[in-house]
Design a protein around this ligand. Structure first.
Ligand code: PEP
Ligand code: MG
Length: 314
């Protein structure tokens, strides 16, 4: 029966009692953008721009970047597309941006930190994003990866807004989650990257298969930080999304919505299962699921608690 519900669900995202939850796609290139455009998504919650440049030795000029971004934006005319500025470094090395020879690249000069010494790199990318937005009619918003301080968020937001675009930051570092309410004073939205937030909260490399029991977004400590961030969003009346792998887990999605998350961004192939699951639970049930998982002390207990509420309440 669940498989039929998944096949039948055709969007837009909402709980059984009609509370909207934006279901959006993670994309990286023209191909994934086309795949996403064919699914019942309301836009893009994460365009990973660094993946366009993994095999480029030199930085493309503003014009060339604009053309690359426009190809990805094209299926989404009139829809929101959140473009992430270069998240180069660590697991995503980009030849023209990444620092070489770092001892500990995951804790090094990656993401927004690349622009501390090289602001022109970010400025050129923002100019290209603005051009691509104008050419496609997508409603582009821009967010920065690997933000740790409010000052970083404010500096970034200033540059984005100078170009007439809405600005957000990713919550991937526990320091940023703990200060989500202050981040929201300087940006228009937040997007939680649960892959890195889990890695940095649990001090466990996201690529280490031996540590998979730690790099689990159902870890209660990670869920607490997500809840803090979502609560700050509700208080500020600003959107807070999730764009890491956690958003693609239908049961976890119920907990996230119950915490106050307003959008879930995921691989296009995951959207129908998440949409169908949310369509079968009320907002009140989601809140009960959130409360249940936040009371658990390990991932297995959190999952079991969530399942119990969903099966009892529907
Ligand atoms: C994340 O960290 O959860 C995220 C969405 O970004 P990436 O997986 O590209 O690091
Ligand atoms: Mg990340």
């Amino acid at each position: 029966a669940r498989r039929e519900q998944v096949a039948a669900w055709s969007g837009p995202g909402a709980t059984a009692d009609g509370v909207p939850v934006k279901l959006v796609a993670n994309v990286a290139d023209t191909e994934s953008a086309a795949t996403a455009g064919a699914e019942p998504v309301e836009g893009v919650g994460l365009f990973r721009t660094e993946l366009c440049f993994l095999n480029r030795a030199d930085e493309p000029g503003v014009e060339e970047q604009a053309a690359i971004y426009a190809e990805v934006l094209r299926p989404f005319t009139g829809q929101v597309v959140v473009v992430r500025t270069l998240d180069a470094g660590s697991d995503k090395p980009v030849a023209f941006a990444t620092q070489v020879g770092e001892e500990n690249p995951a804790l090094g000069v990656r993401g927004l930190r690349l622009s501390f010494d090289n602001p022109a790199l970010l400025v050129r990318q923002l100019d290209a994003i603005r051009l691509a937005a104008d050419r496609t009619g997508a409603e582009v918003q821009v967010m920065a990866p690997m933000v740790a301080t409010v000052a970083e968020a404010a500096g970034f937001a200033g540059l984005v807004r100078e170009r007439g675009l809405r600005a957000g930051v990713m919550i991937e570092v526990p320091a940023a989650a703990l200060l989500a309410h202050r981040m929201l004073e300087v940006v228009d939205f937040l997007s939680i990257g649960t892959n890195d937030l889990t890695q940095y909260t649990m001090a466990a490399d996201r690529m280490a298969t031996d540590l998979a029991h730690l790099t689990d977004p159902w870890q209660p400590a990670v869920l607490q930080l997500i809840a803090i961030t979502a609560h700050a969003g509700r208080q500020a009346g600003k959107p807070v999304g999730v764009c890491g792998e956690a958003a693609a887990d239908p049961l976890l999605a119920c907990a996230l919505v119950g915490m106050g998350i307003t959008s879930l961004s995921m691989a296009p192939a995951a959207v129908r299962a998440v949409g169908a699951r949310l369509a079968g639970v009320s907002a009140e049930t989601c809140e009960e699921v959130a409360e249940a998982v936040l009371g658990a002390t390990d991932p297995a207990a959190a999952r079991a608690a969530a399942l119990l509420v969903v099966e009892r309440r529907g």
